[in-house]
Design a protein around this ligand. Sequence first.
Ligand code: GLC
Length: 566
Amino acid sequence: MEIAEPKPAWWKEMSVYQIWPRSFADGNNDGVGDLQGVLGKLDYIKALGVDAIWFSPLYPSPNADYGYDIADYRNISPDYGDLALFQEVLDAAHARGIKVFMDLVVNHTSDQHPWFQAAKESTDSPYHDYYIWRGGRGAAPARPQGKRPPNNWLSVFEGKAWEYVSQVKEYYLHVFAKGQPDLNMANPKVREEVKEIMRFWLDMGVDGFREDVITYIAKREGLPNGFPLPIATGFEHYTNLPKVKDYLREFQQDVLSGYGAFTVGEAPMMTPKVAKEYITEAAGNLLNMMFHFQHMEADCLMTDWIGLPFRLKKLKRVWTSWQKEMYGVGWNALYLENHDHPRIINRYGSLKYRVESGKMLAAAYLLQSGTPFVYQGQEIGMTNITQPSLSAFKDVVTFNNAKLAKKLGLSDARFLKIANRRSRENARTPMQWSAEPNAGFSEAEPWFAVNPNYAEINVAAAQADPNSLLHWYRALLQFRREHPVVVYGRYEEHYKSSRSLYCYTSEYRGQRLLVVCSFKEEPVRFQAPAGFELVNAALVFCNYAKPVEAGCSFITRPYECRVYLM
Ligand code: GLC
């Protein structure tokens, strides 16, 4: 069967930089990153060669989940600035040809949002039905409050998924933290609010949205109990239900399409087969692309902590299935790091070969067909931090897992070790700009620990070193811009059963690309696939001094990566 080439689009050709604002750059020296800080770094972002910025939430928030609990959708947190300053950043980004995407978090609000404040006052409040309320199971007055929630669902972040409010004698649903009550998207008024929020930012000039856990926004009728094995989380009753598509279609038709706005939806437990129900033309392009979790050793935020050993074959299988399944029909969002996972050099690479393995990982994913996302600090090879004690942690997920660990009988020392490896806080340490105090992030004591390796790993050092990861990322992104084979090429994986090498080729209109990545320190023999004569190809990237090509095979150096163009 003839497979159609992907149709060109600006959002397929762009690459995106993710900013987690609290830790990016502190412009007013109060220890917290802010928009003034961002303004000062736009030229740095431009020089990286990306076309867009995705801002993790900038809105006012009590920070039960660092901004993912929003108290006002039409404003900027005073921690970060105000609307006027945001407009300035937006205009300054646009002046540099950089688009701006906001994080749209509408599965839930903060419990401090005025809607929820009104909703919990009275069942008669017009806002009550903005959220999901149920009475307790059993004869409520006879039971001690909180003992019999409406069903057996567990929240992703904090114990049971239900919290009792005595004022209304009902429980509200929170799939995430207690401070993140779920919105009732079945209520048309809520959907109108969402559309108004979208219009507000789009009218300001924002170019699109990253939609937070968007596949969770519909809940199963009747809220039945979750499947009880091994634990009843209830996720099957709020993940990818058919109604999600109806809601997305409504947002698309009523708002987004009119603005030509970009959308990427965060989608835990997503498979290529299900993704096609959202992101293909046949499905109505409900989103442009999705962030799935399959390559993150985890299918959702909950499983990240299980800490399965890294298996290259599984990673390759996931990458290849998405490349194959999406080609010509959907589109891949390519990412390895964000604010929800530990750093990749620790996960998939090597601290000993930090730069080499960091470069290899960048080439492994950036040259696939899709839209690449780079997370702040990834481009200079920032690594996990080793916190000295549990009191240094700040995230609700870590707190929750600490409680669970206690229940399971784990010692504090043991849990600390796990948290240092698995916590997403590893990705949230302040950006390392220079070897100045506080890594040049702030003149004040930063809100969160700076990784002590900043003296060595920082932007200024990376800018000065032509062999740095930063220059490598810049070169890869530029190469991508200049070579449609990267963006639109048809992917083929080679040596699938290798536990050491990841190798793929990509073809587009007569150009061919060969990417060879060793995930091992030990030497591995690589033999070029049939039809790829290395001596006749241009070696466009190599994370070691470029070798003299001799024949069609070579022995890899630690974490070696080579990219050939034919
Ligand atoms: C998404 C966000 C994560 C947040 C969660 C709840 O997964 O990326 O940071 O904690 O949603 O909003």
